[in-house]
Design a binder for this molecule. Structure first.
Ligand code: PEP
Length: 250
């Protein structure tokens, strides 16, 4: 079993067309082995199309969210069919900011994920515990619950179109990164839960990436853990340093 490393860059609601285009040019020009990692950037929705045109082969573009229904009177939303229509292959779903600020439940995130796979859009499926949950020894229970919601609504084959992003909420945007051992232990638990709940094959094949204050300095050690298959990067994806994170895979 070989799992190709996956590096995602989540720009969130940051940047403008000029600065993000410049950044993409820097990523394009970087001397990295495009075969060693799958790279996907997620700009604000407005900039998906122009940036997609700029990205060289080997860098794909994702949306940061989508609506679960195919069309209708949902002002401000974008459907998965519309993402597919413009040639997008990836979407981030269940990011902790969507779960906490926009009150997305486990069930809604799972429903969106199932709809996404039906539309032919692959999913970076985010899960993670809060600081309170970690300190209350509830980490595994929370992650199992989030994965269980998804396992209930998709079949075994569909897992090949999912990348699970483990992002402890306390590590996102805080500069407080999980230690490689902490992250490895948790990834191992997620993989074991998937083996039990779905199948050993899915557990062996599915990529589980880490997110939360990853930067050019800590990425190599994190990504070299046996159950960590890459990174989902927020702040550092807005800097040329993102290239160093991609290089962790080499
Ligand atoms: C994220 O929001 O997905 C993230 C991991 O952010 P940061 O890298 O800034 O912690």
């Amino acid at each position: 079993m070989t799992r190709t490393l996956f590096v995602g860059g989540n720009f969130k609601m940051n940047g403008d067309l000029a600065t993000l285009s410049k950044l993409v040019h820097q990523f394009n020009d970087a001397d990295v082995d495009v075969e060693s990692a799958e790279v996907v950037i997620a700009p604000p929705a407005l900039y998906i199309l122009p940036l997609k045109e700029l990205c060289r082969k080997g860098i794909e573009v994702a949306a940061q969210n989508a609506h679960q229904l195919p069309a209708g009177a949902y002002t401000g939303e974008i459907s998965l069919n519309q993402l597919k229509d413009i040639g997008l292959n990836w979407v981030i779903l269940g990011h902790s900011e969507r779960r906490t600020i926009f009150h997305e439940t486990d069930e809604l995130v799972a429903e969106k994920t199932a709809a996404s796979l039906k539309a032919g859009v692959k999913v970076i499926f985010c899960i993670g515990e809060t600081l309170e949950e970690r300190e209350g020894n509830k980490t595994e229970q929370v992650l199992d619950r989030q994965v269980e919601a998804l396992a209930k609504v998709i079949d075994e084959q569909s897992w090949e179109h999912i990348v699970v992003a483990y992002e402890p909420v306390w590590a996102i945007g805080t500069g407080k990164v999980a230690t490689p051992e902490q992250a490895q232990d948790t990834h191992k638990h997620i993989r074991e839960f998937i083996a039990k709940r779905v199948s050993q094959k899915v557990a062996d094949d599915v990529r589980i990436i880490y997110g939360g204050s990853v930067n050019g300095k800590n990425s190599k050690e994190l990504c070299s853990q046996p159950d960590i298959d890459g990174a989902l990067v927020g702040g550092a994806s807005l800097k040329p340093e993102f290239v160093d994170i991609i290089r962790s895979a080499e």
